[in-house]
Design a protein. Sequence first.
Length: 261
Amino acid sequence: MSEAVVTEHAEPILRLRGVGRRFGGLHAVRDVDLDVAHGERRAILGPNGAGKTTLFNVISGDFPATSGSIHFLGQDVTGVAARHRAKLGMGRTYQKTRLFHGLSVEDNLYLAVLGVKQGHLRPVVVPKQDEELRGRARELIASVHLGGRESTLVGNLSHGEQRQLEIGMARASDPKLMMLDEPASGLSRGERVALTDLLLGLDPSITLILIEHDMDVALRVAQRVTMMHDGRVIVEGTPDEIRANQTVHDLYLGRGHQADG
Ligand SMILES: Nc1ncnc2c1ncn2[C@@H]1O[C@H](COP(=O)(O)OP(=O)(O)OP(=O)(O)O)[C@@H](O)[C@H]1O
Ligand SMILES: [Mg+2]
């Protein structure tokens, strides 16, 4: 192996040091150190209220950290606005879906590639057509295994198909780091298998962080697993180490977990 290959990605793509987030007196996330390597698949596990979604929010900048530092691609982004972090290459999905249910699959993705913000904004008309961007939208549809569903209204998709579409939406900005918040929540067994296959087939150059309570999905997709409890990281290891860890069993597996919390 040449030295260039060894040193190319010596720095992690994402580095958190002493990161915390308070909401009034509540420490939703506290003192988190985290290094994620380029191209890594990382799962974040933990019981309801552990701080997993808040951790995503501080990384993406939706709710900035109240302490500590965040470096992305070697750059200190701790004080950088969410939209600029997105431009630098962060993409994410949300625990509750943010799709336009009254529009078709293709129009949702078309708006995403146009950079129309998801969420509360509800476009009355789909903006002027651009064939190149339409083509990109159709590529993304195929990449999340929704070929043939282009003109289906999102409200008529199954729950699993909506989750697939959200991953396509997160890919629209060509992120270097993708953060998926419970992509398998509420899915049937068959849909979870399809989603796992989709995640395993994603471009290996995209770094993936996945919050997932479904151990089958998390441990099949991830190379490393971070377990949170009470705002802190309490265990980190390979899927095999996590399976064998007594703390994980005591705190998580024995206690169950409510999806869509
Ligand atoms: N915007 C907010 N304002 C106040 N408190 C918040 C806010 N967001 C999260 N919290 C609190 O922070 C703690 C961690 O919540 P978070 O949503 O990060 O947990 P989680 O691990 O994602 O849980 P779940 O598995 O249920 O999704 C909880 O006590 C929650 O009530
Ligand atoms: Mg959550």
